[in-house]
Design a protein around this ligand. Structure first.
Ligand code: HEM
Length: 403
């Protein structure tokens, strides 16, 4: 099997594992389980962000930018080193939570991610560096590095202000914000631009510059949303709203360019490529609207005291925007195989789980009654989701046996 296909299979394997862990987390409220809930949440979130998304994005970036750079051996060693750190986290977090070994593995992971960025900068040609896709990927990798200030600060905060402090919570939010709104989103936009550039569809500088700046100023400014739970001074709400509007504007620029190219994009890849991109775009637009809503003082207060609305929102972004886009691009580069049936099941699982989580969020907010057996329905919906992701994983082996 080709190396990058194998790496993609690892990523999909992690995806399956986090869906399984997600289901186990939801079963906790239904049955007694012999695990520590918080430890399993740490395992789930680390394997999701670092195992599934990081492995996918670095594989896509390597495939697009570095596969011709003759650094195969260096990259392979880095890949395996990174996998040891992820598997290390997988086997330590469930039993110890944040403790010596899980901290060692997560720290080593950070160093591996810095080395990846260094490889990317060092081994891309001048011609590659002039492309707009490169600029987006470079800035995404900077967000990845900036996000890591969060975990570094946690060590200091734990020994000073303590793990119950506001600072501790904000350091986690800082990390999460720059991971998914910065690193993941900009890397996926970069890959999209790369795919289009390879097919001679190029953004003009007149469009790229305002898109790039409004998007990035928006990304930095919307970190303010993450601190609204503290009910800060009014100007922080303004920064949040301003950042959210800027991002909506950036999205508008991108859509104004892409929508007239629909017919061209349809022919670029398999029949699933264009519809799935459209779905991701729609989910992203809804995410941007959520951000605007969440910047308003009333809703910011409602959301920060409502765990279901928060979990619903982050999983909307992770599963609806980032994971679908990641699957689409892996499939575009023929690193995985996607079928209509499995994606349909995935979407059903997505809508069922998100619908139920937001339903509970709204019930809690409006102080009305939750339907009986809610937790059972949520567990079944998460089971459907797991089956969808398991199907995606199994399909990769079907392809290999055919070959
Ligand atoms: C595949 C189906 C998934 C299910 C069923 C699921 C379920 C869950 C559950 C039950 C929690 C615990 C919420 C809590 O009590 O705090 C959680 C947390 C989390 N999940 Fe997922 N998840 C899934 C996929 C993902 C994906 C794909 C990502 C990221 C790429 C992700 C990232 C996270 C993060 C970062 C947290 C921690 C949130 C926090 O502590 O504030 N999950 N998930």
């Amino acid at each position: 099997m080709q190396t990058l296909k194998k790496h993609s299979l690892f990523a999909i394997g992690y995806f399956l594992l986090i869906a399984l862990l997600g289901l186990v987390l939801r079963l906790f409220q239904l049955v007694e389980l012999p695990f520590d809930y918080r430890f399993l949440v740490h395992t789930h979130s680390h394997v999701a962000l670092l195992g599934w998304v990081y492995t996918t994005l670095t594989t896509l970036i390597y495939k697009s930018y570095l596969s011709k750079a003759s650094i195969h051996k260096k990259y392979r060693n880095l890949f395996w080193f990174t996998q040891v750190t992820i598997v290390g986290m997988l086997f330590t977090f469930p039993f110890t939570g944040y403790a010596l070994f899980s901290i060692i593995f997560s720290t080593l992971f950070l160093f591996a991610s810095y080395v990846f960025m260094w490889l990317f900068i060092k081994h891309t040609s001048e011609a590659q560096k002039r492309t707009y896709s490169y600029k987006c990927i470079l800035v995404s990798l900077w967000y990845m590095v900036i996000s890591s200030i969060g975990p570094w600060a946690l060590g200091i905060i734990m020994n000073t202000a303590g793990s119950g402090s506001d600072l501790y919570r904000n350091a986690i939010y800082f990390y999460l914000h720059f991971q998914y709104n910065g690193w993941f989103v900009m890397a996926l936009i970069g890959i999209l631009l790369y795919v289009l550039e390879q097919n001679k569809i190029k953004l003009s500088p007149k469009r790229f510059r305002p898109f790039f700046w409004t998007m990035n100023i928006g990304i930095v400014a919307t970190f303010a949303i993450s601190v609204l739970w503290m009910q800060p001074p009014m100007f922080i709400y303004f920064i949040s709203g301003f950042g959210s509007l800027l991002q909506l504007f950036a999205f508008g620029i991108l859509m104004k360019w892409l929508l007239p190219l629909r017919e061209k994009i349809k022919n670029l890849s398999s029949r699933l490529f264009c519809p799935l991109l459209k779905i991701t775009g729609m989910f992203f637009l809804i995410k941007l609207l959520f951000q605007i809503l969440g910047s308003l003082p009333y809703f910011a207060a409602v959301i920060s005291s409502n765990i279901d609305l928060m979990i619903g929102y982050i999983h909307w972004t992770f599963l609806g925007v980032i994971s679908i886009a990641a699957l689409v691009f892996l499939s575009y580069f023929k690193l995985i195989r996607l079928s209509k049936g499995t994606m349909l099941l995935y979407l059903i699982g997505f809508f069922l789980t998100e619908g139920l989580i937001f339903y509970k969020g709204i019930v809690v907010w409006s102080k009305s009654w939750l339907t009986a057996n809610y937790l059972l329905y949520l567990a079944v919906a998460s089971g459907v989701f797991l089956i969808g992701i398991a199907q995606i994983f199994i399909n990769q082996f079907r392809k290999m046996t055919k070959n």
